[in-house]
Design a protein around this ligand. Structure first.
Ligand code: ADP
Length: 268
């Protein structure tokens, strides 16, 4: 719990810092991109030559870099402006079906998407738009891990961990009822070293402009704040599975001032 708190405080501080920097940086990039547009206009006013061709190439390179930087800053801004959580009971299977089109477009034509909907799935208590965001983040990571195509599977199921089970594997989970969402890819996988650091904010193995290193830390922050857990399993050359465990929604509102609700949400 202390770890989770420290992580949350760290994320909060990072969010404020990056928000400020990203905002200023975005304004500067607008000037850069505007200037490069100016170069194109001025070029149109002089006769074509080897020199203008070279200037065009340099301009195109600069513009590409500036646009990638702009994408990065807008992702940082989105990260720092995270909406407060609004937890509600979610029909997770339905949320995934509604997201399937967007997921498939994100994955491209070479990656197949398979969804396996658990029968009689409990409803999860979480913020629906943050859950969508998290699943999208995982899909983007999976896509980047499968440059030559492959398969992404999203499987849901009910997960119930009792005290005894958890006491045997204390680092695994807290006892309780969870909706499990397993997102698996057939990609390149992660080395142990990458696996250790994958949840850290700003840890990325991707080239500049492609990765922010915030995807998994965002997923982690969201799931922990929802009272759930995340587990990562990966094998180099085989693929990666990310398991999200979101708390089961109960009919009663669970809270410190509703002990009855809390009792009913407990292990049965
Ligand atoms: P980013 O995707 O911007 O790099 P993340 O926090 O989402 O940031 O991921 C951190 C790192 O974890 C990635 O750079 C990559 O090395 C590794 N990673 C995450 N997901 C996967 C995956 N599905 N397969 C292989 N490696 C992954």
């Amino acid at each position: 719990a202390e770890d989770a708190l420290r992580q949350a405080q760290k994320m909060e501080a990072i969010g404020q810092l990056t928000g400020g920097i990203a905002h200023d940086f975005n304004n500067l990039l607008t000037i850069v991109i505007g200037g490069l547009d100016g170069v194109e206009r001025h070029l149109a006013a002089i006769p074509e030559s080897d020199a203008t061709a070279r200037i065009r190439r340099s301009r195109a390179m600069s513009l590409d870099g500036a646009r990638r930087a702009a994408t990065l800053t807008s992702r940082l801004l989105a990260f720092s402006r995270r909406q407060p959580l609004d937890p509600k009971a979610i029909e997770v299977n339905r949320l995934i079906v509604d997201l399937a089109d967007l997921l498939q477009r994100t994955l491209g034509e070479t990656i197949a998407l398979e969804t396996v909907s658990g029968a009689g799935l409990w409803r999860a208590m979480a913020d629906a738009s943050q859950l969508e965001n998290s699943i999208l983040n995982l899909a983007v990571n999976a896509r980047d891990a499968m440059p030559n195509g492959g398969k992404l599977t999203i499987e849901t199921s009910n997960a119930f961990f009792d005290e005894e089970y958890v006491s045997k594997i204390p680092e695994l989970l807290e006892p309780g009822q969870y909706v499990q969402i397993a997102v698996s890819d057939t990609g390149m996988g992660m080395t142990d070293e990458v696996l250790q650091k994958a949840f850290e904010p700003f840890f990325t193995t991707k080239e500049t402009g492609k990765g922010t290193g915030l995807g998994l830390s965002q997923v982690h922050g969201f799931v922990r704040q929802s009272g759930g857990h995340v587990r990562l399993y990966s094998e180099v050359g085989q693929g990666t599975t990310v398991k999200l465990y979101l708390p089961r929604a109960t009919e009663n509102v669970i809270g410190p001032d509703n002990p009855a609700g809390r009792a009913q949400s407990g292990v049965v």
